[in-house]
Design a protein around this ligand. Structure first.
Ligand code: PMV
Length: 330
């Protein structure tokens, strides 16, 4: 039996603009998915048990064929996506270890809300590949692991995934992603993140398409995307200089531009304003938008407390920058 864990992430800067070649800075947070695997030599099936905030505990036995869909009481697309990720991750581990005729029992425990801009699927994929490859006697370097995890997301999301979530989850810390060029930022101070979650989710495909349409119609929307790229470049410098006040100011600016591009929502704006009024250093939506999470920077307890009393905020939690990426667990 082998267990690995991998962190979720927030976007400090740059979501949506990253789709058009601008840089983005995702950061790993202290909220993890833990995956335990046990190889079975009697058959080649995959048995998955998930205990998750949204998927309220389900057990499935799955042979990898779509007609063999698990019989569980959660929306089919969610189960299909979840199983696609896990099946893909196990295939990557088998490929790395050059074995084929083996089955696995997989148990997933995740503290990361699903589909809310916190990179839950990437964390599960990264932890699954790590645990399963170690179970098969292979230790993958984190960059190789990040790439294998990206291949899985790319396939499940029909080529729409960026490398941000998987690279960040595998490496930990604050990372910079621009197209295929990914690296970890050095000398980053601790980032006291506070996350507010509205309990909902946004449709990433639809939101990305909306921004693309605006960009095609208006030159100033195109300029807005470029301006987000400028914010990211300034943000990187502020981060490496340890200037959290400036990082916060740039997060506020980034949220304003995302809002102008139509990807915020009333619930997200309400939480962002609650954080600002609680004297957070900065606050913005994280991920695709439309619903899900905001991230604020606050060294004090004030933003956390304010969010807990904000109507429409279903859950608020502190989660510092996690400098560890994927790691083995006992
Ligand atoms: O909501 P998330 O964490 O999947 O982030 C989406 C980020 C986008 O920039 C909107 C899309 C992408 O693939 O980069």
């Amino acid at each position: 039996m082998t267990t690995s864990s991998a962190p979720g992430k927030v976007y400090l800067f740059g979501e949506h603009a990253v789709v058009y070649g601008e840089p983005a800075v995702p950061c790993a947070i202290e909220r993890r998915a833990r995956v335990t695997v046990e190889a079975r030599h009697t058959d080649e099936r995959l048995r998955v048990q998930a205990n998750d905030l949204t998927l309220d505990g389900f057990t499935v036995t799955w042979g990898g064929e779509t007609e063999d869909r698990p019989d569980v009481d959660v929306p089919t697309p969610l189960v299909e996506a979840a199983m696609g990720y896990i099946d893909g991750a196990i295939e990557q581990a088998k490929d790395a270890a050059e074995v084929s005729d083996i089955g696995f029992d997989v148990t997933i425990e995740s503290d990361i809300p699903l589909g809310a801009g916190l990179g839950s699927s990437a964390a599960v994929v990264v932890a699954t590949i790590d645990a399963a490859s170690r179970e098969l006697g292979v230790d993958l370097d984190s960059e190789v692991l990040a790439d294998r995890a990206y291949q899985v997301e790319h396939e499940v999301q029909d080529g729409e995934a960026s490398r941000a979530d998987t690279f960040c989850s595998a490496m930990g810390g604050a990372v910079r992603v621009q197209g295929d060029d990914c690296r970890r930022l050095r000398d980053v101070p601790n980032l006291p993140f506070v996350v507010g979650y509205d309990g909902g989710t946004g449709d990433t495909g639809e939101l990305v398409a909306g921004v693309r349409a605006l960009k095609e119609e208006y030159e100033f929307a195109d300029d807005t995307v470029e301006a987000i790229g400028d914010i990211v470049r300034n943000g990187e410098a502020a981060l490496e200089a340890g200037n959290l006040e400036e990082v916060g100011r740039l997060m506020d600016f980034n949220h304003g531009l995302l809002s102008a591009l139509g990807v915020s929502a009333r619930s997200l704006d309400t939480m962002v304003w609650a954080a600002r009024e609680a004297d957070a250093l900065g606050a913005k939506l994280t991920g695709a938008g439309g619903g899900g999470c905001i991230v604020a920077l606050d060294r004090t307890e004030q933003t956390h407390t304010a969010l807990e009393y904000t109507p429409g905020c279903e859950e608020a939690f502190r989660a510092d920058l996690d400098t560890d990426g994927v790691r083995p667990e006992e």
